[in-house]
Design a protein around this ligand. Sequence first.
Ligand SMILES: [Zn+2]
Ligand SMILES: [Zn+2]
Length: 264
Amino acid sequence: MRITVLGKSPSWQDANGACSGYLIEEDGFHLLLDCGNGVFSKLRRFIDYVDVDAVVISHLHADHFLDLVPYAYALTYAPRQQPVPVDRWPGTDCPACPDLHVPPGATDLFRRVVGAWGNEDLIEKAFELREYDPAAPLEVGPLRLRFQPVPHFTETNAVEIASSNGGGRITYGADHAPAEALVDFARDTDLLIIEATLPRPEREGPRGHVTPGEAGEHARKAGARRVVLTHFSDELGEDWARREAEATYGSRVEVAHEGAAYDV
Ligand SMILES: [Zn+2]
Ligand SMILES: [Zn+2]
């Protein structure tokens, strides 16, 4: 199983960057995990977007789903989608419709977003839209997904990806405040992809993110075998972030770069 970083920025893009998006490949199957602003363009560097089999969204913040809008326009209006390429889907007249697995409530939220300019059904017509139950495992092609709700400013799910062909596990924390539930969920994982958004803990109000030092602490407590920091700004300083995380993890930590790939 291979995971490629398409975007690692927080809720605003790095210079020339993209927000959250990861491409997972296993046995010819392609899963896009989160689709934040800028991700559709980055995706196209690696794969033809009609060859994505499924998309999974961790939570309904703009930096994790907003590029579903241009993606849906491409699936609907790209010249080769008209006429419908029936040879790719024998026996159907359906154009490329990747499965889109979204948190509960996403259908209504998408209608409000694209409905703002009168395109209410844009996303649900372009994709095979399904709201998942975070309490239930999800089989997506050869991949087995599990979800773990984590504390954030909106309902958010960490996602575990494992192959049904055996092999390792990837744990993606999504966005979260410090969370024992994530430590348990990521126990002994082969690869923990964990956010490191903050230069210091939030000074007031409820917490919603972690610092690099806190990310390293989660990884150490979980016994994660390999750690990649993500969801941090190029303004934060990746060397500083790595040092902070290594001090609490107690070993080497990697920082996400666009295009970096990890095999599990
Ligand atoms: Zn985010
Ligand atoms: Zn978020």
